[in-house]
Design a protein around this ligand. Sequence first.
Ligand code: HAM
Length: 411
Amino acid sequence: MEKSKLQPVKGTQDFFGINSQKFLHVVDTAKAIANNFAYSDLLLPIMEHTEIFQRSLGESSDIANKEMYTFDDRKSRSLTLRPEFTASVVRSIISSGLQKTLPLKLFSHGPLFRYERPQKGRYRQFHQVNFEYIGNADPMADAEIISTASHFLNKLGIKGLTLEINSLGDPESRKEYTRALVKYFSKYEDDLSEDSKLRLKKNPLRILDSKDEGDKKLVKGAPIISEFWNKESKTFFDKVLSYLDSIGIQYKQNDSLVRGLDYYSHTVFEFTTDKLGAQATVLAGGRYDKLISQMGGDDIPAIGFASGIERLMELSEDSPINERSVDIFVFGPEFMNKGFELAEKIRSKDIRTKIVFVKNMNKSMKKSLHNHAKHIIFIGQEEIQSNEYKIKNLDSRQEESLSLEELLNKL
Ligand code: HAM
């Protein structure tokens, strides 16, 4: 086979050793938080009908426009590998009748696919942990979801993040604001970047988070969203902020935070870092009160967030290690049977156990120390004859000989 075909596909990666441990540690931590905040697990298919994402993300979003892995199946149905969870969660709530059991808190995690330019913190197959709180229109739900996110990041030991928050207002406020933006940017259309010229036609809000230096200058003079909130939108957002104050969560209001997906209204937020270069957003979410009805479901409010596992792995200072093992050193093929039987007995006590066929004692010992094994049990001629097992504690370096029963009790 051609050598290049034996490499992982561009933008994908394998996780092994410390990386697979870190990955699973992030998932386990998210699961513990989901349990703590009373979420249920929702396991979803990796592909959906393409319309599910086109309708929810908005035809003008970068994702729906140019980043989806879309293909026809053998019966010419257009399918798409999910680029995010929210749309699939909404589809699932509608198709499975879960709309009748509100409110619902749903936790999902797994791989997602976006055809982006790969770089540090940005992949074509990446992974998220995703939290959705469905059926609660109260601003308390916004504060609770942000608190869930904050507990999660704290539990991972990630420090130095900034919580940026904004409100897009209700759909009317958002419409008014969009109109004002179009009026303002149209005056400078010739000076806008090519991307932003397109945004002006399709999704003017997105000009606000343009990375282009020329656009940034124009954005400084643009109308400010808070001036377009109607009374309800302002009251709602003030309540969200006061709930956050009451539980001591610090935030920075950012007028130009609009998020790249069309379905948001009211609260939007991101936890950002300066440690990941251009990929500053570690966790992001917001309220999407109209999405479920837009997709054909009931009129149900919802809010949620997702966080990229690869980005969390980069930032997390915890380095989880596997449970420490008991290594059974077997000194010849004739003792393998005994080693195998002993391993069965130790494993039945739910202890991580390895059988090591020893050819070079020094090398095997070094490897066990390197892998943080806890004990070594030796099985050779002497042990078979005496019917006792020599066990070495790798912390204290002490050795003792024990009967099988004593040994199992000790472990
Ligand atoms: P998003 O901003 O598209 O939102 O993605 C959320 C997070 O996923 C990002 O902040 C980042 O950590 C990670 N992420 C996104 N793209 C990549 C990539 N190419 N490589 C690595 N990590 C990436 C959503 O997906 C919304 N569904 C969030 C949400 C849930 N809103 C409400 N509920």
